[in-house]
Design a protein around this ligand. Structure first.
Ligand code: UD1
Length: 413
C-alpha cells in the first residue's frame, strides 16, 4: 500500500490518542500467566497487536474481539510459538518469560521486528539464567527450561525495556523474591506491573531502577485499560508543529511526554497542558535544537526520526545523537530525497535546516521512519507518496483518518 499526502496544509482541531502499543504487547503476553478470563479495554487496532494475538491464539488462548475490547480465555496447549509469526515482531520474545514461569519449558525463534540494527536478547536470557533456567540454542531457536524459577538479584548491564518486562513476567510466578537492578523506567513497565498486580501479583518499585517482584502461586483474571500511547501523542504533536498548525491532542498523560514537549518548546512551539490533553501551536521559524536519545525519562529513540523530519526545515543546524540503537538513521536517506540536508557521522546526525522540503516518492523502512516521512510529507511543498506503509500500520491506528480529521489530505492507494 502507498500513502499519498498533499503537503503544506496546517493541521487543526483535535485528535484522540489510542492506547500504547508498547504497553499492550507485554500485557497481552502476560495474559498467559493465568487461565482465568482477562478483558482488555481500548486496545488499538494495529498490526503488532494482531500479530501477538495470533501467536497467543496458536498457543491455545481463545480471543474474542468486540470493538476495541479483547477477551482472553482458555489455556495454553503449545509451548512453541510459530516461527512465521514470531519473526514478524521482536516483541514476540516477551512470551518467553510468562511461558517459562508457568510451564517450565519454551522454545522460541530468535526475534524479528523493525530493521533498526542489532538488537540482542542477552539481558533477557541472563535474567532467566539467574533464576535457574537452563538456556540452549538450536537451529535459530532459544530453548529454555526450568522446573521452577527461583527468585534472585538480576542486574541489567543496560536498562532494557524488553528484558525488564520479560523478567518481571518470569518472576511474577517464581518461587521467592526477585530484584531487578538497573531496571528500565519506562511508563509501559509501570503499566505492566499495575496489570499483573491487578491479577494478584506482588510487584513494587516499577518506575524506579530497582523493581521487587515477590512470586505468588497463581494469578487470577482481571479487566484492564492500558495507558495512552506517548509515542503516538508525540508524533501528532510534531505533525502539528511541523505544519505550523494549532490543535489539541486528547487522551495523553502529559508527564510521559515531558522530554518531547520540552524540545518542541525549545524549538519555538507553544504548548498548554491540561490534565489529559496537550494543546500545541507553532508560528514563525523553527529554532534548531540538540537532542540525544536516551532511556526514559530521556528523549525516546522512538521519536528520533519524527523530530528529525521537523528539524530538517528549521532555521539553523540541529544535532541528533542516537544512543539507544545502532543504525537507526534509515529515514535520513528518504528525507534527503525530499530536499533535506542531513549528514550522519556514526551515532550523530547533523541537520542543516533547509527553507522547505519538496514532495517525493519515499519508502517507509520501519515504523517510526514511516511516521517521520508522513510528517515530512505534511509539511513539504507538493505531493509525497510513502511506500511500504504497512510498517506504519504496525503501530499507528488509523493514522490517515486521524490526520484527515485534522484537515490533512491523505489517501491510501
Ligand atoms: C522497546 C520498545 C521499542 C523502543 C525500545 C527503546 C516495545 C515493544 N518496544 O524495545 O519501541 O524503541 O524499547 O525504548 O516496547 N539490548 C541488549 N540486550 C538485550 C536487550 C536489549 O543489548 O538483551 C540493547 C538493544 O540492542 C538496544 C538497547 O538495549 O540497543 C535498548 O533495547 P530495549 O530497551 O531492550 O528495547 P526493546 O525492548 O527491544
Amino acid at each position: 500500500m502507498e500513502m499519498l499526502i498533499q503537503g503544506k496544509i496546517k493541521l487543526s482541531g483535535e485528535v484522540e490518542i489510542s492506547s500504547s502499543k508498547n504497553a499492550v504487547l507485554p500485557i497481552i503476553a502476560a495474559t498467559i500467566l493465568t487461565d482465568e478470563k482477562v478483558v482488555l479495554h481500548k486496545v488499538p487496532h494495529i498490526k503488532d497487536v494482531n500479530t501477538i494475538c495470533q501467536i497467543v491464539g496458536k498457543l491455545g488462548k481463545e480471543i474474542q474481539e468486540e470493538d476495541h475490547q479483547l477477551i482472553f480465555t482458555g489455556i495454553i496447549q503449545n509451548l512453541t510459538p510459530p516461527y512465521e509469526l514470531v519473526r514478524q515482531m521482536r516483541a514476540s520474545f516477551l512470551l518467553m518469560g510468562p511461558l517459562l514461569s508457568r510451564y517450565g519449558k519454551v522454545r522460541l525463534s530468535l526475534p524479528g521486528g523493525c530493521a533498526i540494527g542489532n538488537r540482542p536478547i542477552d539481558l533477557h536470557l541472563k535474567g532467566f539464567a539467574a533464576m535457574g533456567a537452563d538456556i540452549k540454542f538450536s537451529g535459530g531457536d532459544v530453548i529454555a527450561k526450568a522446573n521452577k524459577l527461583i527468585g534472585n538479584h538480576v542486574y541489567l548491564d543496560y536498562p532494557s525495556v524488553g528484558a525488564t518486562e520479560n523478567i518481571i513476567m518470569a518472576a511474577a510466578l517464581a518461587e521467592g523474591t526477585t530484584w531487578i537492578e538497573n531496571a528500565a523506567l519506562e511508563p509501559e513497565i509501570v503499566d505492566l506491573a499495575n496489570f499483573i498486580n491487578k491479577m494478584g501479583g506482588k510487584i513494587s518499585g516499577a518506575g524506579t531502577n530497582v523493581i521487587k517482584i515477590q512470586g505468588v502461586d497463581n494469578l487470577s483474571g482481571t479487566e484492564y485499560t492500558p495507558i495512552p500511547d506517548r509515542i503516538e501523542a508525540g508524533t501528532y504533536l510534531i505533525a502539528v508543529a511541523a505544519t505550523a498548525g494549532e490543535a489539541v491532542i486528547n487522551n495523553v498523560i502529559p508527564e510521559h511526554l515531558k522530554s518531547i514537549t520540552a524540545k518542541l518548546e525549545e524549538s519555538g512551539a507553544v504548548i498548554e497542558e491540561d490534565k489529559r490533553a496537550l494543546k500545541i501551536k507553532r508560528e514563525g521559524k523553527i529554532k534548531p535544537v540538540y537532542i540525544k536519545t536516551l532511556p526514559y525519562p530521556g528523549f525516546p529513540t522512538d521519536m528520533q526520526a519524527q523530530i528529525m523530519a521537523y528539524l530538517s526545515f528549521a532555521a539553523g543546524t540541529s544535532i541528533i545523537s542516537e544512543s539507544v540503537f545502532e543504525n537507526r538513521f534509515m529515514h535520513v536517506q528518504e528525507l534527503l530525497r525530499m530536499g533535506a540536508d542531513i549528514k550522519t557521522e556514526g551515532k550523530s546526525a547533523i541537520i542543516r535546516g533547509v527553507k522547505e522540503l519538496t514532495g517525493a516518492r519515499v519508502k517507509a523502512s520501519d515504523l517510526r521512519a514511516g511516521a517521520a516521512l508522513i510528517i515530512a510529507g505534511l509539511s513539504a511543498q507538493g505531493k509525497t507518496i510513502v511506500t511500504e506503509n504497512e510498517h506504519i500500520e504496525r503501530g499507528y491506528e488509523d493514522i490517515d483518518k486521524k490526520l484527515n480529521q485534522m484537515g490533512a489530505n491523505i489517501y491510501l492507494n
